[in-house]
Design a protein around this ligand. Structure first.
Ligand code: NAD
Length: 482
């Protein structure tokens, strides 16, 4: 059985302890590979390699760093099919999605930041007096990067790319639930000639390898994407050492549909927002609020569209919905659907695993797209992140009422508003507490824009300039001219 290896100091190595964890294919429920169960001693080695690599890498001309990153992007694209298949098997997501979204986006992330640093500029503050101020921006040192399982290579590369492009070195820990494409990335980095120690990938459990990263005094920058409860632990561990911390956490994102919306689009995008990647995207719209006059028709059409989604073998071309990532996630979704029933919800479709898919997938963690009505805005199902193919639909009457619903959770990651009334769209966009508001669309991403959450969804922003700033330290120089 394949044993994934850590990537430390340019080499593929076993964990010091020799411990491995099982890695399961969620579509079959079978263990198909092993992942290092690394600990503090592996992180220590990775930090030593990152420290040694830092002077040369941070001093290298931007064009040199850029070239090697572009080679990595090229190699990922050359092996697109291999990467996409690996992501599909490891995560349970449809192969078509990994092929069209996850893997191309990883290559794009690398290219985006590899070329952004070629256009970097710094600031000069000319003043009336006899002084001149200019601001230098240099890499911060060793960055610790911790990423989740839902978009494995996509999120990992979204963090690694700006970190290394700006001259930092990295110790990264991908999710132990989906480690395969990070392992393949380490192979590609070796082939592309990334200098040893610039990127180190340590696999293992969060409480062990992850906690060792956040606690390491030489890792002064920590970028984390994952659940809010874990984010709190990361913040707790990093705060006493005054690390710079970026946290991208959970969401409970509202989709708001007014009666004047273009309904075909509001249905199509609402369904995509609810169920993309089996509902396992932090940006998923899992609470849908529909204006009273349009409510009945919206619910009917939405349920029909949800029922039409094909839950199937993720390797098959016609599959819209693959497997949930793990047994734990499958059980969590089941628990929330049971809770929805207790809270008085009516399950209009789904609410259980599908019938048999095929022999290969008979023990997989599949769940049907589930639509629930009849719940209050305050109930737990409408307050807590489920992170599965489950959405609720509720009616509203006024703009102020729906705004209160939208803002009435602890989260503030994203929101979508569907309306043809331009003034209302702008008004709501301004008043919704979320890092991203989409109007008449969902999950249209532009790598230049700030990305992140408010309230318990996050601290800081990623994307474009924000990421370049996060991984660099400004230093102002003041010069007396006369
Ligand atoms: P998770 O919090 O369980 O794990 C995320 C990562 O943190 C994993 O690599 C894990 O091993 C590690 N980890 C766990 N405990 C740790 C600890 N004590 N110290 C350091 N690291 C630790 O999240 P998940 O279940 O992998 O991912 C799903 C969550 O991620 C959802 O809540 C989702 O909303 C969120 N997410 C957010 C964004 C965003 O941009 N805001 C994007 C994707 C996913």
């Amino acid at each position: 059985m394949l044993k994934i290896q850590n990537y430390i100091d340019g080499e593929l190595v076993e964990p010091v302890s020799g411990n491995y964890l099982d890695n399961t294919d969620p579509s079959t429920g079978q263990v198909y590979s092993q992942v290092p169960g690394s600990g503090a001693e592996d992180v220590e080695r990775a930090v030593a390699a990152a420290e040694e690599a830092f002077p040369l890498w941070s001093d290298a001309p931007a064009a040199e760093r850029s070239d090697v990153m572009l080679r990595i992007a090229d190699l990922i694209e050359t092996r697109l099919e291999e990467f996409a298949r690996a992501e599909c098997v490891d995560n349970g997501k449809p192969l078509a999605l990994a092929r069209s979204l996850d893997i191309p986006r990883a290559a794009k992330n690398l290219r985006f930041f590899a070329t952004a640093v070629l256009h970097a500029h710094s600031q000069v503050h000319t003043a009336d007096g006899p002084v001149l101020n200019y601001t230098l921006r240099g890499p911060r040192g060793i960055a610790g990067i911790i990423s989740p399982w839902n978009l494995p290579l996509y999120v990992l590369s979204w963090k690694v790319a700006p970190a290394i492009a700006t001259g930092n070195t990295v110790v990264a820990k991908p999710s132990e639930v989906t480690p395969m494409t990070a392992y393949m990335l380490s192979q590609v980095c070796r082939e592309a000639g990334l200098p040893a120690g610039v990127l180190n990938i340590v696999h293992g459990r969060g409480a062990e390898a992850g906690a060792a990263i956040t606690a390491h005094p030489k890792i002064t920058t920590v970028s984390f994407t994952g659940g809010t409860v874990t984010g709190r632990e990361v913040a707790k561990s990093a705060a006493p050492m005054f690390k710079k911390v970026g946290l991208e956490m959970g969401g409970k994102n509202p989709t708001i549909v007014f009666a004047d919306a273009e309904m075909d689009r509001a249905i199509e995008q609402g369904v995509r927002a609810a169920f993309a990647n089996q509902g396992q995207v932090c940006l998923c719209g899992s609470r849908i609020y529909v204006e009273q006059g349009a409510y009945d028709a919206y619910v009917e059409r939405f349920v029909a569209a949800a029922r039409a989604l094909n839950v199937g073998d993720p390797l098959e071309p016609g599959t819209d919905q693959g497997a949930l990532v793990s047994k734990a996630q499958f059980e969590k979704v089941g628990r929330y659907v049971a809770l929805a029933r207790e809270e008085g919800g009516e399950i209009l479709c789904g609410g259980s695993p599908p019938g048999p898919i095929n022999d290969r997938c008979k023990d997989g963690f599949f769940y049907q797209p589930t639509v629930i009505t009849g719940l209050s805005a305050e109930c737990r199902v409408n307050q807590e992140e489920i992170f599965g193919p489950v959405t609720t639909i509720m009616p509203f009457e006024t703009e102020d009422e729906v705004l209160a619903y939208a803002n009435g959770t602890a989260y503030g990651l994203a929101a979508s508003v569907f309306t043809q009334n331009l003034s209302r769209a702008h008004r709501l966009a301004e008043r919704i507490d979320a890092g991203t508001v989409w109007i008449n669309c969902w999950m249209v991403r532009d790598l230049r824009v700030p990305f992140g959450g408010m309230k318990q969804s996050g601290v800081g922003r990623e994307g474009g300039e924000e990421a370049l700033r996060f991984y660099t330290e400004p230093k102002n120089v003041c010069l007396q001219k006369a």
